[in-house]
Design a binder for this molecule. Structure first.
Ligand SMILES: Nc1ncnc2c1ncn2[C@@H]1O[C@H](COP(=O)(O)OP(=O)(O)OP(=O)(O)O)[C@@H](O)[C@H]1O
Ligand SMILES: [Mg+2]
Length: 317
C-alpha cells in the first residue's frame, strides 16, 4: 500500500443518512484486508480505533472549510478546489496589517494533483484591532438591530467582534459584486466568520504580486497601468461605488494587470453623504502617485476626463 492510499478519505455529508464521522486511515486498512491473507497465515490487521475527538486531517492543518462557508460567485473558477476531501495547509504569513492579517493557504486533496493557493484574510477580533475607518464608512450602511448598533458605537467587545464580522462580510460582498461586473479584483472564494479566502495573486516565482507602491514602472508601462486604473474606476463609478481607501498600497500588479484589493470599506456614492468626498480623495491619492512617478499631465488629464462623474475635477497642472 502506498503512502497516499493510507490518507484519510473525507466523505460528503450527503453520502448517507448516518451521523457524520470521518474515516480514519485504520478504516481503510481494515476494509482493504484481503481475506485470503488470513488463510495464508499473515497476521490480521488491528481493529479500527475510534475516530479522534479533535477532527484534524493527517496532512495539512484543517479540513477544507468550503462546505461550511458562504461561496463566491458561480461559476467557480476551474482552478478552485471544491472537493470535500481537501485539506488546508498554512504556508505562512503574507502580511500583517492593522485590522487583518493575510496568510497563504494551500487547499489540496491528498493523494491527487488537485491543489490551489489562497490568500486568507483574517480580520482581527476585539481588542487586537484598531479600526480607523469604522465611523465614517458605516454612515449609510444599515444595521438592523439597535442593540448591535449601540454595541458597535460604544466599541464594546461584543460590538468590536460584530464589526470584525461585518467588515469581512462587507469585503466579501463588495468583491463578489465587483467580480461579477468584471472588475480587476481577486476571486472571492469563500467567507467563514471573520476569515475571507481569496484567489492568491502571485508572481511566477510564487511570491505575492507586488503592491504598486513598490514599483517604479518605465514610462510606457506607467501609462498602461494608469489606463487600467481608469478602466477599473469607471466600473466602480458606473456601479455607484468608490473604493474608499484607494492607494498604491491597495493596488497589486499581478502579472502585468492592476488589481484592486482591500475593499471592506467600499463606499456607496448615493447612500453615504461623504461618498463623493471619498471618491475625490481616492482619485487624488492615486493621481499624485502616478504623476509623481512621471506620468505626463496630458495623459493624466485624458484619463481623468474619462471619469465624467467628477465634472469639476481640477486638471493636473
Ligand atoms: N489576494 C491576494 N493575493 C496576494 N497578496 C494579497 C492578496 N490580498 C492581500 N494581499 C497582500 O496582503 C496585504 C494586505 O492586504 P489588505 O490590504 O487587503 O489588508 P489590510 O489589513 O488592509 O492591510 P493594510 O493595513 O496593510 O492595508 C496586501 O498589501 C498584499 O500584499
Ligand atoms: Mg490594505
Amino acid at each position: 500500500m502506498s503512502h497516499n492510499d493510507r490518507l484519510p478519505v473525507r466523505r460528503s455529508r450527503f453520502d448517507d443518512a448516518r451521523p457524520r464521522r470521518r474515516r480514519s486511515h485504520f478504516d481503510d486498512d481494515v476494509e482493504n484486508i484481503d481475506d485470503r491473507s488470513v488463510t495464508r497465515g499473515r497476521r490480521p490487521q488491528p481493529a479500527p480505533l475510534p475516530a479522534p475527538l479533535d477532527d484534524v486531517p493527517v496532512t495539512g492543518d484543517r479540513w477544507s472549510t468550503w462546505d461550511i462557508a458562504q461561496h463566491g460567485p458561480a461559476p467557480y473558477p476551474k482552478w478552485l478546489v471544491t472537493d470535500l476531501a481537501a485539506v488546508d495547509a498554512e504556508l505562512g504569513v503574507v502580511k500583517t496589517g492593522k485590522e487583518a492579517d493575510v496568510h497563504l493557504v494551500q487547499r489540496a486533496v491528498p493523494g491527487t494533483s488537485q491543489s490551489c493557493l489562497l490568500a486568507a484574510k483574517r480580520y482581527r477580533a476585539a481588542e487586537h484591532r484598531l479600526f480607523h475607518r469604522d465611523a465614517a464608512y458605516l454612515e449609510g450602511r444599515r444595521v438592523r438591530r439597535s442593540r448591535e448598533t449601540r454595541a458597535m458605537a460604544r466599541r464594546t467587545a461584543f460590538g468590536r467582534d460584530l464589526l470584525a464580522g461585518q467588515w469581512a462580510t462587507a469585503e466579501f460582498t463588495a468583491l463578489s459584486r465587483l467580480w461579477r461586473l468584471g472588475a480587476p479584483v481577486p476571486y472571492p472564494v469563500q467567507l467563514h466568520g471573520t476569515e475571507l479566502l481569496l484567489e492568491y495573486l502571485d508572481e511566477p516565482d510564487g511570491q505575492a504580486a507586488p503592491r504598486l507602491a513598490q514599483l517604479r514602472p518605465a514610462p510606457a508601462r506607467l501609462c498602461e497601468l494608469w489606463d487600467q486604473l481608469i478602466d477599473a474606476l469607471m466600473i466602480l463609478i458606473d456601479e455607484g461605488l468608490a473604493h474608499g481607501d484607494l492607494s498604491p498600497f491597495n493596488l497589486l500588479v499581478h502579472r502585468g494587470r492592476l488589481m484592486l484589493i482591500d475593499l471592506p470599506q467600499v463606499v456607496d456614492l448615493v447612500a453615504n453623504p461623504q461618498g463623493h468626498a471619498f471618491l475625490a480623495r481616492d482619485i487624488q491619492i492615486v493621481t499624485d502617485w502616478f504623476t509623481g512617478h512621471g506620468l505626463p499631465a496630458q495623459i493624466a488629464n485624458a484619463g481623468l476626463s474619462r471619469l465624467q462623474i467628477i465634472r469639476d475635477w481640477p486638471p493636473v497642472p
